[in-house]
Design a binder for this molecule. Structure first.
Ligand code: SF4
Ligand code: SF4
Ligand code: SF4
Length: 311
């Protein structure tokens, strides 16, 4: 009998849903095993009945729940709780769900700063009041799922690699615990490391890496040793899929931006990255915008007290 699956997208860009489709032919093999009970990206299934006449949110009881996106407003919060209540096993799909992801960059600003900018001082918007009807009330910041509900399986990545999405679903179908990468991006990177680099000041992303395009990655000097802010040391591996390919950005000869989140779920990429820079001989005071980075440190686990010293 097929396993029932409910899927939801909260503070999400839908890239994670595209990653599910990118499972490709293997998805065709999985589909007979799955019975989607609720999946807004594909089916127009209303929360409160087709005519809006129901009092309770209508998410059917399901064995597996898949949620992408973090929690930013009251609607996200209520849907997340409904998914938790109705699903036996809940998967946080993508770094927005596991850690807040790109949208949690907003956590370095208060809502008032955001609304002032968005509704009144943006060059492309006619000034107006902050809307308080129709749109769901905004929470004080962007949250990862597990800051509000219990999560059973964390599947980070922006988006997660389709191999790992399929692997998690297959594992759950066969009653096993999913196996996901536990190493860092650096652990899977073939570039040439020589120890500390010669560069003492961090280069911005706009700076190009030095490499010979005719030569393989194994002959390119590690990007961090070249002085680029490559976050491979503090980022979970997995973006190259289930095989032993090189990390995606490194394959494109650009630094890792850390999109898979910390190597350990509760790690702090920013603090670990400052350590990685220092141990590579790079002066952390040369990191541009480090004040913003420190304000944001920890992503969703925002430092409540903004630091007063930044050097
Ligand atoms: S994790 Fe990335 S791809 Fe997935 S919803 Fe967030 S921003 Fe989009
Ligand atoms: S810092 Fe970047 S380039 Fe260097 S080994 Fe790690 S992932 Fe590869
Ligand atoms: S190299 Fe880093 S930023 Fe690029 S896809 Fe992999 S984890 Fe994400």
């Amino acid at each position: 009998m097929p396993v029932t699956v409910a899927s939801e997208w909260l503070n999400s860009c839908s890239g994670c849903e595209i990653a599910i489709l990118n499972i490709g032919e293997a998805l065709l093999g999985l589909l007979p095993e799955l019975n989607f009970t609720h999946i807004p990206v594909l089916m127009d299934h209303k929360y409160f009945g087709q005519t809006g006449d129901q009092e309770q949110m209508d998410i059917p009881e399901s064995v597996v729940g898949i949620v992408s996106g973090g929690i930013r407003n009251q609607e996200h919060l209520e849907v997340a709780h409904a998914m938790r209540d109705k699903c036996q096993v809940l998967i946080a799909l993508g770094t927005c769900a596991t850690h807040g992801g790109i949208p949690s960059l907003i956590n370095q600003f208060d809502n008032e700063e955001l609304f002032e900018r968005y509704y009144r001082t943006s060059e492309t918007t006619d000034p107006g009041p902050t809307p308080n009807e129709v749109v769901p009330p905004t929470l004080d910041r962007c949250y990862a799922l597990d800051e509000h509900i219990k999560v059973d399986v964390y599947l980070p990545g922006c988006p997660p690699h389709p191999d790992h999405i399929a692997g998690v679903v297959l594992a759950l179908l066969s009653g096993k615990a999913p196996e996901l990468p536990t190493k860092s991006v650096c652990d899977t990177c073939p570039t040439r490391r020589e120890g500390k680099g010669e560069v003492r000041e961090v280069l911005r992303f706009l700076s190009n890496a030095q490499f010979d395009p005719a030569k393989p990655l194994s002959e390119m000097r590690c990007l961090l040793e070249q002085g680029l802010l490559c976050m491979g040391a503090v980022t979970r591996a997995g973006c190259s899929g289930a095989g032993d390919g090189a990390p995606r950005c490194i394959s494109a000869r650009v630094p890792c931006r850390g999109c898979y989140g910390p190597v350990k779920h509760d790690g702090n990429q920013m603090i670990d990255m400052l350590n990685a820079l220092a141990s590579n001989g790079i002066d952390v005071r040369t990191v541009v915008d480090r004040y913003s980075l420190l304000r944001f440190s920890g992503g969703h686990r925002r430092l409540r007290q903004r630091p007063t010293a930044t050097t």
